[in-house]
Design a protein around this ligand. Structure first.
Ligand code: KG4
Ligand code: ZN
Length: 345
């Protein structure tokens, strides 16, 4: 066993992607494999948990083996195992955690359970240097839309979160209503590039004055109602996609800037699958810059689920002394809280 955390293996299986990655010094991805189940679930229009679990079981061991081979290393070179232990689908999480615990038991390697959202935040550390605390992170994925104040490694404060649908969930449900398939985000992003964002005036839910929470179920319903109206025949699907996307991005960007000003941070980061949305990336980057904030975002392929981000979180947290033991469990609703409070959870 390597005595430092120079090389970390990350494992991720919280939803419909199985992934294993080897990370060097918290930054260099020596190998990264992501086995997507999009085709498997596509025909059902959403994730079927039972199928997801079976697929994770099938691919996780070969992925781990391939990640070691591609990196050209053996277990003896590795310093620690980081694995997502929540939030996510319980059966799916169990596969990654069982694999990580088995490896830890056999090799004696240190083990660390990583929160999936924490992983998304740490994707920023893979590609940005000299990140200073505190910074604000907008985490937008299929299951979450949260504004998080990151005050240090493993030290988070949720400033706001969605009260109903997550941003990615709204993209997926609107795409389904438009018969565009699953997942909806990438296809709406693409269709929107040829549409008029002003074609349809969809509602923007800002909630009470000063609120940093989000709500996206209203806009989803507004799109579905619009599709049933006579007006729908006067615009193109591209226009509907562009108008919907603009409404979601407007709210995300306005609230993120407001939070950054309220909490006096110097930098704004973006994370999660929806962070690969081209409009959100460009508008937030422009607005952050115009208002004097440093802006950070991972490359699109590191925004969606991957094990490199989990290994990256592991690298920093192992170095801070955080560890799990073989009693590590999975938590489908694991909250993102300051790590020192996790012991009480
Ligand atoms: O982070 P992620 O890969 O998985 C979860 O943790 O949920 O995020 C998946 C979500 C899906 O809802 C997908 O539609 C959305 O991210 N997404 C996008 C884009 N790419 C993925 N949403 C908007 N625009 C995109 N380009
Ligand atoms: Zn995710």
């Amino acid at each position: 066993m390597s005595s430092n955390f120079h090389l970390i293996i990350g494992l991720e299986s919280s939803c419909d992607e199985t992934s294993a990655a080897i990370l060097q010094d918290g930054k260099n991805i020596l190998s990264s494999f992501v086995s997507s189940q999009v085709e498997l679930h596509g025909k059902y229009g959403g994730i079927v948990p039972e199928l997801a679990c079976r697929k994770h079981v099938e691919v996780i061991n070969p992925l781990i083996q391939e990640s070691l081979e591609e990196a050209g290393i053996s277990w003896n070179d590795i310093g620690g195992i980081a694995v997502t232990n929540g939030p996510g689908l319980v059966g799916a999480l169990l596969i990654g955690v069982a694999a990580a615990k088995a490896i830890s038991a056999v090799t004696g390697l240190p083990l660390l359970g990583v929160n999936h959202l924490e992983g998304h935040i740490y994707a920023n550390f893979l590609e940005h240097d000299d990140i200073e605390f505190p910074f604000l992170c907008l985490v937008v994925s299929g299951g979450h839309s949260s504004l998080i104040l990151v005050e240090g490694h493993g030290d988070y404060d949720i400033l706001g979160e969605t009260r109903d649908d997550a941003a990615g969930e709204a993209f997926d449900k609107v795409a389904r209503a438009l018969n565009l398939g699953y997942p909806g985000g990438p296809v709406i992003d693409k269709m929107a590039s040829d549409g008029n964002p002003q074609a349809v005036k969809f509602p923007r839910a800002y909630l009470e004055e000063g609120s940093l929470d989000f709500s996206f179920s209203g806009i989803k319903t507004a799109v579905i109602n619009f599709l049933r109206s006579k007006e729908a025949s006067k615009v193109t699907v591209n226009d509907i996609c562009a108008s919907f996307q603009q409404a979601v991005v407007d709210v995300l960007v306005d609230k993120t800037l407001y939070a950054a000003q309220q909490y006096n941070v110097k930098a704004i980061a973006l994370a999660g699958g929806v962070a690969s949305n081209s409009l959100l990336r460009s508008v937030l980057e422009n607005e952050a810059g115009r208002n004097g904030f440093r802006f950070m975002r991972p490359s699109p392929e590191l925004c969606t689920d991957n094990a490199s981000m989990i290994a990256c979180a592991g690298y920093y947290l192992f170095r801070e002394g955080h560890r799990s033991d073989l009693a590590l469990d999975v938590f489908p609703s694991l909250p993102l809280i300051r790590r020192e409070f996790l012991k009480e959870f």
